[in-house]
Design a binder for this molecule. Structure first.
Ligand code: C2E
Ligand code: CA
Ligand code: CA
Ligand code: CA
Length: 279
């Protein structure tokens, strides 16, 4: 089943116009990048909409490519998955995000959590809970400062294994967010079945608000449903002050987006924080 999926992705990539030779070269470069840890994390702040307090950071991986410079995750994560290279990248991301957060806490930045993205394939291929336990141990970050972001598709595909994984994370004290909420094929039943802490409203529903009344209706419904299920609701892709006012008025708990900050390199975060707290 795994290799079937990997093959489909491989062919998709080939049909995207990458020649076999290019693919080989890309794979070699990516393997080399993994050995040299040629990745970097950017961090995007998340804030409370009612008072603007910092609520956390999402860690977003980038590849420092020798010729092309910084490569976005959408351009290499699917390829890494197809070539069986996602596990070492995911492990590095988890370790680096936890290490960085611990360093910021120790340096006096607010005691907020960091969110790490895990793809469906990663959850199938590695014992993520064991990895997480080991990384928290090694970095000294308390479990409540780690959030895992997964998409609803993951929950639908994984069935019982998802349930036991989420239960183990909950037992450990790690929080779980549903990413890109509203875009997957979901039966909403999983929201009540699984121990979930947060819903992240997909950016596609936020982008055209407040102009599009359909999108405002969808965003409103997600916030209300999330709250009735005692979940925190985060709006992704908040780009304008208008959207900020609307989301706040709708009672959305948290937001993330260019209106607050783009994802920033780690060394830019303390400066952003100084400016943010004074604004
Ligand atoms: P995502 O988890 O939905 O992350 C949000 C994406 O939206 C990020 O793109 C972020 O830069 C972008 N974004 C944030 N605010 C705004 C905004 O206001 N407007 C617009 N137009 N975009 C905004 P990025 O960093 O390119 O990441 C793309 C995707 O790659 C992520 O989507 C996530 O699915 C995946 N990804 C990123 N890092 C990792 C990782 O460490 N592991 C795995 N498995 N996937 C990752
Ligand atoms: Ca995410
Ligand atoms: Ca998302
Ligand atoms: Ca996404």
């Amino acid at each position: 089943k795994d290799s079937g999926r990997a093959n489909r992705q491989f062919y998709q990539h080939s049909m995207d116009g990458r020649a076999p030779l290019e693919e080989l070269q890309l794979e070699r470069l990516l393997r080399d990048a993994i050995q040299r840890h040629a990745f970097t994390l950017h961090y995007q702040p998340q804030v409370w909409l009612d008072d603007g307090r910092l609520a956390g950071f999402e860690a977003l991986v980038r590849w420092q490519h020798p010729e092309r410079g910084i490569v976005a995750p959408d351009e290499f994560i699917p390829f890494a998955e197809a070539r069986g290279l996602i596990t070492p990248i995911g492990r590095w991301v988890l370790h680096e995000a936890c290490r960085q957060l611990k360093a910021w806490h120790d340096a006096g930045l607010p005691q907020v959590p960091v969110a790490v993205n895990l793809s469906a394939l990663e959850l199938r291929q590695r014992d993520v809970v064991a990895d997480i336990r080991q990384v928290l141990d090694a970095t000294g970050l308390a479990p409540r400062f780690l959030e895992i972001e997964i998409t609803e598709t993951v929950l639908m595909q994984q069935g019982t294994s998802a349930a036991s994984m989420l239960a183990a994370l909950r037992a450990l004290g790690v929080r779980v967010s549903i990413d890109d909420f509203g875009t997957g094929y979901s039966s909403l039943a999983y929201l009540k079945r699984y121990p979930i802490d947060k819903l992240k409203i997909d950016r596609s529903f936020v982008t055209d608000t407040p102009g599009s009344s359909d999108d405002v209706a969808i965003v409103t419904a997600i916030i209300q449903m999330g709250h009735s299920l005692q979940l925190q609701v985060v709006a992704e892709g908040m780009e304008t002050a208008e959207q900020q006012h609307m989301l706040r008025a709708l009672g959305c708990d948290l937001a993330q987006g260019w209106q607050l900050s783009r994802p920033l390199a780690a060394d830019q975060i303390p400066g952003w924080w100084q400016r943010w707290r004074q604004a």
